[in-house]
Design a protein around this ligand. Structure first.
Ligand SMILES: [Cu+2]
Length: 449
């Protein structure tokens, strides 16, 4: 059976005006009249508490939160309601499921979630300074390291709405529009050993969910080694703090579209070896993953979870993309003469005022691009370094890790793909842009056929 998810008309909003109107219009801001219908899911948070927030786009997130002695912050029954629409079920529950920390010396391995846990006494009571939003309390049993004691009501969850930067910018002729966006951050802090881990979920006004693990606190005082297995964090070439890995795995139990069945697809795009008149031809393929499977990331690969029985207004099955935030390596088309695999994730050269363009630098007269710069500079000692980053957590301690350690983050993003037929907050005058623009629209924009 195919269900069609019915969205009512998208609420057209005028850029910054809408932001101003909606910023304080969260469901918990009961005194200010909201321009949007209530879109909070009907939740039964038996083991937890309900949370909801309407963001700049007019979309409303709602869910339950609780604290598990091992997994720490657990979010469940996560729903999103696009502006003017009913809540859509997205996730049944999400939490970190293990954090393994092996040291490069081979002499220490911890499995922090199963051995220590992020909840119980490990979860810290938040201070005013750590949270610009609301500090929310839950009953936290004094569980930790096998000890059981009282249950205390403590403020452990930070709920804060932060500016998310530019939402969109359109300078088109008829309906220019610009707006900023908001993120709703839910965070807890857990101290395990010498480290303090921030569990953070970032719910975007665009329907995205950022899943983050931040680490601060202090380096282990007992894990110092030699230069082959660590790095010097004290004066001179001494005090090598051991390198180590933070291997985190989150469990995401999906409930996309509600009770219906879900499927998984892997997307890949690969060069065909053929060239078009302007650029190489790539073939995009979607491979169903019908059975339980493991998969590895390669360039241009991503996965999505679909609810095939729930369609958006374009008739597309709603889905969420799993974005590992690995950058796609590439070789510039104009560098193919060096070989189609000559691309780089990062390159280093000495600064040269006539090496400014990564490709097409010939007009400046000292090499066509980065690969040329690297070749030409091969005999040089790097000194006045320029990084050419085409961007991809193994923690090699830095001097800045003392003390407390500068925050380091790892994570991924869950991105709606075809959840709605258009962006959540279509500004006035952009409603018609859904598919190939009409000739009429092109005329209005001053384009000629
Ligand atoms: Cu570390």
């Amino acid at each position: 059976m195919r269900r069609r998810v019915q969205w009512t008309a998208v609420v057209a909003m005028g850029g910054m005006l809408a932001l101003a109107a909606c910023t304080d219009a969260g469901p918990d801001a009961a005194s200010s009249p909201s321009p949007h219908p209530s879109a909070v899911a009907d939740l039964d948070c038996a083991d937890g508490q309900e949370l909801a927030k309407t963001l700049s786009s007019g979309a409303t997130w709602s869910m339950c939160w609780s604290v598990d002695p091992d997994f720490g912050l657990v979010l469940s029954d996560v729903h999103i309601a696009p502006p003017g629409a009913e809540p859509i079920s997205v996730i049944s529950s999400i939490a970190i499921s293990q954090l393994e920390v092996p040291y490069d010396t081979g002499e220490r391995l911890t499995s922090d979630i199963s051995e220590s846990g992020f909840g119980g006494t490990k979860m810290k009571t938040l201070e005013k300074e750590s949270c610009i939003g609301d500090r929310l309390a839950a009953d936290i049993p004094d569980v930790g390291d096998g000890t059981y004691g009282k249950t205390r009501n403590r403020e452990v969850l930070c709920s804060e709405v932060v500016d998310g930067g530019l939402a969109y910018h359109s300078s088109e002729l008829v309906s220019p529009a610009v707006a900023r966006t908001e993120n709703w951050q839910l965070s807890t802090v857990s101290r395990v050993g010498w480290y303090e881990y921030v569990t953070q979920y970032v719910f975007g006004a665009d329907g995205s969910i950022g899943v983050r693990l931040g680490a601060t606190g202090d380096l282990s005082p007992f894990d110092y080694t030699d230069e082959d297995h660590g790095s010097s964090v004290g004066e001179g070439d001494h005090d090598h703090a051991a390198s180590h890995s933070h291997n985190a795995v989150w469990r995401v139990h999906w409930a996309l579209g509600g009770d219906g069945s879900m499927t998984v697809e892997q997307y890949d795009a690969a060069p065909t070896g053929e060239d078009g008149p302007q650029s190489p031809v790539l073939q995009g393929t979607t491979t169903p993953l019908p059975n339980p499977a493991t998969a590895e990331w390669v360039d241009r690969r991503w996965w999505r979870v679909l609810a095939p029985g729930a369609l958006n207004d374009d008739g597309h099955p709603i889905s969420y993309q799993i974005d590992l935030e690995r950058s796609d390596s590439f070789t510039f088309v104009e560098d193919h003469e060096h070989g189609a695999d000559a691309g780089y994730d990062v390159a280093f050269t000495n600064a040269d005022d006539c090496q400014l363009y990564a490709t097409r630098n010939a007009k400046l007269g000292c090499g066509d691009g980065v690969l040329d710069f690297v070749q030409r500079g091969a005999g040089q000692t790097l000194d006045d370094v320029v990084s050419w980053v085409a961007v991809g957590f193994h923690h090699v301690p830095r001097d800045e890790d003392q003390s407390p350690m500068e925050m380091h983050w790892q994570g991924f993003t869950l991105l709606p793909r075809d959840l709605t037929a258009q962006r959540f907050d279509v500004p006035e005058g952009h409603e018609e842009l859904n598919g190939v623009p009409s000739d009429e629209w092109l005329d209005e924009q001053g384009y000629e056929d």
